[in-house]
Design a protein around this ligand. Structure first.
Ligand code: NI
Length: 237
């Protein structure tokens, strides 16, 4: 009986809480959660020595996301998407004669700050708050690293000529699209789930070196184009 009463009181709080939850002009909403960047990577062909051809693949990473929102009107808001730096491993996948092979090629960190312009169809009404947004993303890559496996392969393919390599990824500027929802559970608190598609394209270059001197440089475009997911909570104030 006690647990039933407890359940009823929790339900009452949830209903009361959601009744109190309406997004209105001038509100700030702070969202935070586990944000995952899951690249749908594809790249131009990377021409390796000996006529071998590869492309790149990029793995997922999850970081702490932080998203302040300002309601310009009851229905229109701006959201800034920020997060702790993501780190992704990069794999080289063989094409043509070496299709099916893959090799750790390197890694990179990045920060993808994104400004979203959002529409809240239920703005001004209490209860759940779905939203959709369009925005711009600026991604900065840093701490790019080349794995020993790729350096060794380049060394093998060049008869020991190559003993080191650098990876460089250029900044990216592109569109982002989003849908999400806040589901209130208590007072000004809500659960948040959101998904973005971000167009992140970068110009990559691998510089092969021998004794510190450049012996070769290959450049190729990479589409990272990730799906980005946030699961977390939101607080309105
Ligand atoms: Ni793209």
């Amino acid at each position: 009986m006690k647990s039933v009463l407890h359940a009823i009181s929790v339900l009452a709080i949830v209903v009361w809480g959601s009744a109190a939850q309406a997004y209105e002009q001038g509100d700030w909403i702070l969202r935070f959660g586990a944000i995952t960047v899951a690249p749908e990577a594809s790249s131009q062909d990377i021409n390796l020595p000996d006529g071998l051809v590869a492309e790149v693949d990029v793995d997922d990473d999850t970081q702490l996301g932080f998203m302040p929102v300002y309601m310009m009107t009851d229905n229109i808001a701006f959201e800034l998407v920020a997060a702790t730096p993501f780190e992704h491993d990069i794999e080289a996948k063989g094409k043509g004669a070496i299709k099916g092979t893959s090799l750790p090629a390197g890694s990179t960190k990045h920060l993808p700050p994104t400004l979203m312009f959002q529409y809240y169809p239920r703005g001004g009404k209490s209860g759940w708050q779905p939203y959709a947004g369009i925005g711009i993303n600026y991604t900065v890559f840093f701490d790019e690293d080349v794995d020993d496996e790729l350096v060794n392969l380049l060394g093998d393919l060049t008869g020991g000529d190559v003993d080191n390599a650098d990876l460089d990824l250029g900044d990216s500027f592109g569109l982002a699209f989003q849908v999400g929802v806040d589901v209130p559970f208590y007072d000004n608190w809500a659960f948040n789930a959101a998904v973005w598609y971000m167009d992140i394209d970068t110009e990559a270059s691998i510089t092969a070196k021998s004794g510190g001197m450049q012996v070769d440089k290959v450049e190729f475009d990479v589409h990272i184009d990730p799906w980005v997911y946030n699961l977390g909570i939101a607080y309105r104030f």
